[in-house]
Design a protein around this ligand. Structure first.
Ligand code: CTP
Ligand code: CA
Length: 227
């Protein structure tokens, strides 16, 4: 039966997914973060589990819950923590999807004590974080590696550039300027671009439905790779 086959088609696959924002600490009271809710990554994890995969979900601080036995959840805080866990888990997995909104910068100095306010302006010096996806792209072996790109301008062009630079097998481009596709929404609307630069539009739908469509494209492209 076709439906049952589809349900179990990833029973021998291990899938690693990153989700949510990262939180970059300034002092015991303050931090930098972003608007990511984690919904897209958690939806991908649930749908991969439905396809029979063994899922590892590495997530920044979010308010979402998971109680699926096929999903092993690992909570992290900063971009540095996420890098460490993703690098550790990477070799064990067949499919890796980086939907997390990782901070590009963190405060150069983290204060142990609360900063006291002073007269005048405050400047906080920021340093670059490591690009996790690019690091994994360099270490890639058997894995099918999927990135995300959140853009407001010229999403397809930027998406294709990122996919090439990071050695990805596919990229999911998210035009966050469009209605229904922004951070924290229950819906999304994306373009999936594979290694051959073939574009597939995934129209506005619930994040669960969009996740399912993304995984179907991944499944299709993985089969192509073997030929
Ligand atoms: N990413 C990552 N590590 C970082 C920054 C980004 O792994 N330190 C990953 C994200 O998880 C996503 C992809 O890179 O899968 C693209 O993230 P995005 O913010 O769209 O692109 P950047 O390469 O960071 O470029 P910019 O923010 O300047 O557009
Ligand atoms: Ca970024």
């Amino acid at each position: 039966e076709v439906h049952l086959q589809q349900k179990n088609q990833w029973h021998n696959k291990k899938v690693l997914i990153s989700a949510g924002p990262t939180k970059e600490i300034i002092d015991p009271v303050r931090f930098f973060t972003n608007h990511s809710s984690g919904k897209m990554g958690f939806s991908l994890a649930e749908e991969a589990a439905l396809m029979g995969a063994e899922v590892t979900l590495v997530t920044g601080p979010v308010s979402l819950k998971t109680d699926n036995k096929r999903i092993k959840r690992i909570d992290v805080v900063s971009a540095k923590d996420m890098l460490e866990v993703m690098q550790r888990e990477f070799p064990k997995n067949d499919i890796v999807i980086k939907s997390a909104a990782v901070a590009d910068y963190r405060p150069k100095i983290v204060y142990d004590h609360k900063m006291k306010k002073q007269p005048g302006n405050l400047t906080i010096e920021m340093e670059r974080t490591t690009d996790i996806l690019e690091t994994l792209g360099k270490q890639k072996q058997q894995q099918f590696l999927v990135g995300f790109a959140a853009e407001t301008d010229d999403p397809i062009t930027y998406g294709k550039t990122k996919a090439g630079k990071k050695n990805l097998d596919a990229i999911v481009v998210n035009n966050i300027g469009q209605a229904g596709a922004g951070f924290g929404e229950d819906t999304n609307m994306v373009t999936y671009i594979n290694k051959n630069l073939e574009e597939t539009e995934i129209p506005l739908a619930s994040k669960r439905e969009v996740a399912k469509q993304i995984l179907m494209q991944v499944n299709h492209d993985m089969k192509d790779d073997k030929n």
